[in-house]
Ligand binder design. Structure first.
Ligand SMILES: NC(=O)c1ccc[n+]([C@@H]2O[C@H](COP(=O)([O-])OP(=O)(O)OC[C@H]3O[C@@H](n4cnc5c(N)ncnc54)[C@H](O)[C@@H]3O)[C@@H](O)[C@H]2O)c1
Ligand SMILES: O=C(O)[C@H](O)COP(=O)(O)O
Length: 527
């Protein structure tokens, strides 16, 4: 008998899908400590979670029978996907299943915030009639600044336009063309801060976005702005938000998500001008039924037939093809991930040129792997081998594949040319010894970079002493350089060096390196 554990609350319609499937037994146990969950998962083949269960590496260490984790929802940030992948556990989610519901929640929060509905309700329930205390704000003709115009952000934009709001959005990864199709004006962050009366955050939580709405951002905002966060706790810095609310710089905040959940930040949520919900963005009957049934069906298909849909960590290709192309998938994904981190501007076109032995295979899954690598640092949690091409299309990115029969220096090579709103950038990758991915070209530079771990990419004027100064600075910060590759354009007296370090470089050292004589730019890459 195949056993499935549902460790967070899930709509009964989803549990029913498991119950009526012969050969599958389902248990619903939603109250557990991490230690209890660790013990429990050891005897199950499938695990269904929402955001409450934290599926850490420690818990997965005991999950020796587990082959699939299903997330009834979008965010998989509560699951250690890397640890699951290492154990061969497929992690699948239901992207899009709760998009409308969460967008509607953000709108509901914005409206409640502007009209002080929760505060007025609480006052009336306390037997009062405080008509003059709860003066509100109109939203018609006000400017809504949306940060992150993906699935949920675009639902919010669409509904806000119906409220006759002026909608502007900041999203560095969306092209002007895609924004125009949605009828949205793209703006810089500073333009949003300078002109928005309401700001709603809809980005993933990642290195870039954690703490992006902080004291410096609040200071640039219009006095009396309203801030809404229904994305992830921590994108808005809670301490800085508290100060901005107390000073009146921010007139009010609506929060569905918190740095720690359940939140212990009672000081923040007790403020009169804060309204809040306990991560209810996706909590409607409709969305919960949709995501519960979807994840149960996906898991049943996987557990009984091995079919993989909406996996965040596994490509959907046949076993034979998979065996042959696995090294190319890894190379393409690394190449995309590398390029995404060095490019700037909204991506408009991707040209992938394949040459050499790789042409023996159907390159479509390799293109998908490259797109997955390219979009993952941008979109973070929801990109998988199945939805990467769809996301690229939705975002107005034109993906072109070409094949070259030209004899090159490598047995196989993938050359990636990205056209963005800010120009063109080229990288190329090849396999060394048939399995090991290498970046072999970065724009005009010929290189040999192992795309792994922490990389530090530095451009400099080709003058004596630069490498020595940089090496000394890195060494003084007690960071070990594992590898280093140097390349130069003699005619232009320009050079680049890529270091691989055992540990990440902190902001202080980055600043120091940028200030080193003859250094043009320094960038940290996470591979
Ligand atoms: N409150 C809830 O219950 C709930 C429910 C579902 C999703 N979410 C969260 O909502 C957020 C958005 O989800 P989605 O499905 O719309 O994701 P999505 O991936 O479709 O969209 C995210 C958008 O953010 C943009 N982005 C990435 N980095 C950015 C940056 N630095 N600045 C500006 N924009 C940036 C991306 O280009 C993308 O367009 C996620 O954090 C998700 O976890 C919350
Ligand atoms: O990522 C999601 O799907 C949302 O944050 C919803 O989380 P929940 O399933 O715990 O309500």
């Amino acid at each position: 008998m195949i056993r499935v554990l549902v460790s967070d609350s899930m709509a009964s319609e989803g549990i029913e899908v498991f119950r009526k499937t012969p050969g599958i037994e389902v248990d619903v146990i939603t109250k557990h400590t991490p230690e209890e969950l660790k013990e429990l998962v050891a005897s199950y083949d499938g695990l269904v979670v929402r955001s409450a269960s934290k599926i850490t590496k420690e818990i997965l260490d005991s999950a020796d029978k587990l082959t699939v984790i299903g997330r009834a929802g979008a965010g998989v940030d509560n699951i250690d996907v890397e640890a699951a992948s290492k154990k061969g556990i497929v992690v699948m989610n239901t992207p899009g299943g709760n998009t409308v519901t969460t967008g509607e929640h953000a709108i509901a929060m914005m409206l409640s915030l502007a009209r002080k509905i929760p505060q007025a309700t609480a006052s009336m329930k306390a037997g009062k009639w405080e008509k003059s205390r709860f003066m509100g704000n109109e939203y018609c003709n006000k400017t809504l600044g949306i940060i992150g115009i993906g699935r949920i952000g675009s639902v919010v934009a669409d509904r806000a336009k119906g409220l006759k709001m002026n909608v502007i959005a900041y999203d560095p990864f969306i092209s002007q063309e895609a924004a125009e199709k949605m009828g949205i004006t793209l703006a810089s962050l500073d333009e949003i801060y300078g002109s928005a009366d309401f700001i709603s955050v809809h980005t993933p939580k990642n290195k870039e976005t954690t703490g992006m709405i902080n004291a410096a951002a609040f200071a640039k905002m219009k006095k009396g702005v309203f801030v809404i966060n229904c994305a992830r706790g921590g994108i808005v810095n809670e301490k800085d938000l508290y100060d901005a609310l107390v000073s009146g710089q921010v007139a009010g905040a609506a929060l569905d998500v918190f740095e720690e959940e359940p939140t212990k930040n009672i000081d923040l949520i007790s403020l009169d001008n804060v309204i809040c919900t306990p991560h209810l963005g996706a909590s409607t009957d409709e969305a919960q039924t949709t995501v519960a049934v979807a994840i149960a069906e996906q898991m049943v298909d996987y557990l009984l037939k091995g079919e993989i849909r909406y996996a965040v960590n596994f490509p959907a290709v046949s076993a034979d093809l998979m065996a042959a192309i696995t090294p190319y998938l890894a190379l393409a994904e690394k190449l995309g991930k590398f390029q995404a981190q060095i490019v700037s501007g909204g991506i408009e076109e991707i040209n992938i040129e394949y040459s050499g032995e790789i042409l023996k295979y159907d390159v479509a899954p390799i293109t998908i792997a490259l797109l997955k690598g390219l979009l993952t640092p941008i979109l973070n949690e929801n990109v998988n081998y199945i939805n990467a091409p769809v996301i690229a299309k939705e975002r107005g990115i034109n993906v072109k594949e070409s094949r070259s029969s030209a004899e090159g220096d490598y047995r196989s090579m993938i050359t990636l040319t990205l056209k963005t709103s800010e120009g063109e950038s080229i990288t190329a990758g090849a396999l060394f010894g048939r399995r090991d991915p290498r970046i072999v070209r970065i724009n005009q530079f010929t290189v040999d970079v192992i795309p792994e771990g922490h990389l530090l990419m530095l451009y400099n004027h080709d003058k004596p002493g630069v490498i020595g100064n940089i090496g000394t600075a890195i060494g003084s910060a007690n960071i070990n350089i594992a590898r280093m590759h140097w390349s130069r354009l003699q005619a232009e007296q320009k050079a680049m060096v890529v270091f691989s370090t055992d540990t990440p470089v902190d902001a202080q050292l980055l600043k120091k390196l940028k200030e080193t004589p003859n250094v043009i730019s320094v960038q940290e890459l996470d591979m």
